[in-house]
Write a protein that binds this ligand. Structure first.
Ligand code: IMP
Ligand code: MG
Length: 190
């Protein structure tokens, strides 16, 4: 049973549809974590989590993987409102040393794929990692080819703007415990 307080009514009113409740998300993370535990057992693993969006996903997923792994968090941004700026900004200059290690990139959502392509290319070029894979909580069905795909996916979702469980609209709604579609009215309000 969830011990969380009731959701703020004003925030709830901005959600047109709940896609996944917390219990559904955590059940799926149990499955994903099991797969990843078997994949990386006996290997030196570093998880590179892309902030801000993946902070709750990262915390819930990694606590379900009982391996001696390391974590590095990258602060990356590309979005303003509901559209990607197309430009990926890395706020870090110093990256963790992952030479000779297996790297799993964790991100909240695969949309156009521009962000993960840039992150993947930078790691491939600079890191000396033994392997490089991508795990996302959500993958949007965008109806066109992407420059990169994920190796592990929590849920495939429709092409709508979603918030909660770490995902934001203009930095709001990240603390909603579920994933939902934001209403047109809330988007119009900004
Ligand atoms: P991409 O480069 O278009 O794949 O966008 C990736 C990033 O955009 C994600 O890591 C999110 O931070 C953000 N993003 C894309 N779609 C959504 C959404 O529906 N809700 C919230 N953030 C999103
Ligand atoms: Mg975002």
């Amino acid at each position: 049973m969830s011990r969380l307080p009731p959701t703020n009514p004003a925030m709830l009113a901005d959600i047109s549809k709940v896609l996944y409740h917390e219990s559904t998300i955590l059940s799926r993370l149990d499955e994903l974590a099991h797969t990843l535990t078997e994949e990386y057992r006996g290997k030196d693993l570093t998880c590179v989590a892309i902030l801000n969006g993946s902070f709750i996903f990262m915390a819930d997923l990694l606590r379900r993987i009982p391996l001696p792994l390391q974590v590095d968090c990258w602060s990356v941004s590309s979005y303003h409102g509901t559209t990607s700026s197309g430009q990926v900004n890395f706020r870090q200059t110093q990256l963790a040393d992952v030479r000779g290690r297996h790297v799993l990139i964790l991100d909240d959502i695969l949309d156009s794929g521009v962000t993960l392509r840039a992150i993947h290319d930078r790691l491939a070029a600079e890191s000396g990692a033994l392997s490089l894979k991508i795990c996302v909580l959500l993958r949007k069905q965008i109806g066109q080819a992407r420059p990169i795909d994920a190796d592990y996916v929590g849920f495939d979702i429709p092409n709508e703007f979603v918030v909660g469980y770490g995902l934001d609209y203009n930095e709001h709604y990240r603390n909603l415990p579920f994933i939902g579609v934001i209403s047109e009215a809330a988007i119009a309000r900004g």
